[in-house]
Design a protein around this ligand. Structure first.
Ligand code: MN
Ligand code: MN
Length: 293
C-alpha cells in the first residue's frame, strides 16, 4: 500500500510566464511511451507480478522501490505542465472568445478536455497506453528492459530540454535527469550483480554527461546522483545489496537514504482559469463555499 505526502520532490519555481506549446512538449514526458507514466507502470506491474521474491529479494526491492519514486515523478511533471499552461489565455468573459488563442496551439485537449491541465498522453495527442508496459516475468529480461527504458526516457528528456528554456521545465528536467541517472545505474548494477556483465560501461546514453547541464549539475553537486531513497518505513531494505560501492564519477560512495527526499516547502497553487470554468466561473461562489466549510 501507499502513503501520500502532499509535497513535490523538489521546489519548483511558481507559475510564471506561460508557454502552452512548450507545456505540451513536456507532456510527452508524462504520457509518451518513454514518459514517467511508463516508467511508473512498468516497474509497478513488474513488482506486482514478481515471482519468487523471497529468493531474489534485492531485485524485487529495487524494482518496487523505484516504482514508488516514479509516482512522485509523474506528480512533478504534471506540476510543470500545469505551471506552464497557467495564465496563457485571457480571463475575459465567454462572449469575447477568451480561449481563441488555444485553437492554434499544438494540443487543443489542454483547453477543450481539461481545465488547462496535464493529460495522460503524449505531445501529439495520443493516449498513454498499457502496451507500453513490458513485463516478461523473466528477471534478467525485465531488468534489461528497465535499463533501456531509463536511457530512452533520458534521450527524450534531453530533446525536450533542447526545445525549451522555460525555467520551470528546466528545473524539473535537471532533477529528473539526475534521478533517471540513478535508476539507469541501479538497473545496470542489478544486471551486473546477476550476470557479471558490466552494463554501466554503456552509460551515458546519449553520450553526454548530466553535469553538462547546469540545472542537473546543481543536483549532482548536492550529491543527489549518489542517493537511492527508500520510500518506506521498514521495507525494501535489501536495495542496499545492489546500491552500494563507489559512484562511477568518483565523487563518493553510493548511499541508500532511509525515507523519502525532504521535498518542497511549497507546492505551486495554480491560479483560477475562469475562461475554462476552472474551478468555477464565479469566484464569489467559491468564496461562499469556502466560508461554509
Ligand atoms: Mn522518473
Ligand atoms: Mn526512473
Amino acid at each position: 500500500m501507499f502513503l501520500r505526502i502532499d509535497k513535490l520532490q523538489i521546489e519548483l519555481p511558481m507559475p510564471q510566464e506561460p508557454d502552452p506549446n512548450a507545456a505540451n512538449a513536456v507532456n510527452e514526458l508524462m504520457g509518451g511511451r518513454f514518459g514517467e507514466m511508463s516508467t511508473l507502470m512498468n516497474y509497478m506491474y513488474q513488482s506486482f507480478n514478481f515471482r519468487g521474491r523471497s529468493r531474489v529479494r534485492p531485485y524485487y526491492d529495487l524494482i518496487a522501490n523505484i516504482a514508488t519514486e516514479e509516482i512522485g515523478h509523474i506528480e512533478l511533471v504534471s506540476a510543470t505542465v500545469n505551471s506552464m499552461l497557467s495564465d496563457s489565455m485571457s480571463h475575459d468573459d465567454p462572449l469575447s472568445t477568451p480561449l481563441g488563442g488555444a485553437k492554434d496551439l499544438n494540443n487543443l485537449h489542454h483547453f477543450i478536455v481539461t481545465g488547462q491541465g496535464t493529460l495522460p498522453g503524449n505531445s501529439m495527442g495520443g493516449h498513454w497506453n498499457g502496451d507500453y508496459v513490458f513485463n516478461s516475468g523473466n528477471l534478467k529480461l525485465d531488468l534489461l528492459h528497465n535499463f533501456f527504458l531509463e536511457v530512452g526516457a533520458r534521450t527524450q528528456k534531453l530533446r525536450v530540454y533542447e526545445m525549451t528554456d522555460h525555467p520551470v521545465a528546466r528545473e524539473m528536467l535537471g532533477y529528473l535527469l539526475v534521478r533517471g541517472g540513478v535508476h539507469a545505474l541501479a538497473y545496470a548494477k542489478a544486471l551486473e550483480e546477476l550476470t557479471g556483465t558490466d552494463v554501466k560501461n554503456l552509460l551515458p546514453i546519449p553520450e553526454i554527461e548530466n553535469n553538462a547541464f547546469p540545472e542537473a549539475r546543481k543536483f549532482e553537486d548536492a550529491g543527489y546522483h549518489r542517493k537511492l531513497y527508500r520510500f518506506s518505513y521498514d521495507d525494501f531494505k535489501e536495495v542496499s545489496k545492489i546500491w552500494k560501492g563507489p559512484s562511477p564519477d568518483g565523487s563518493g560512495d553510493l548511499e541508500v537514504v532511509d525515507g523519502p527526499p525532504e521535498g518542497s516547502k511549497e507546492k505551486p497553487d495554480f491560479p483560477d482559469a475562469p475562461e475554462s470554468f476552472a474551478p468555477s466561473v464565479n469566484p464569489e461562489e467559491l468564496e461562499e463555499i469556502a466560508r461554509k466549510l
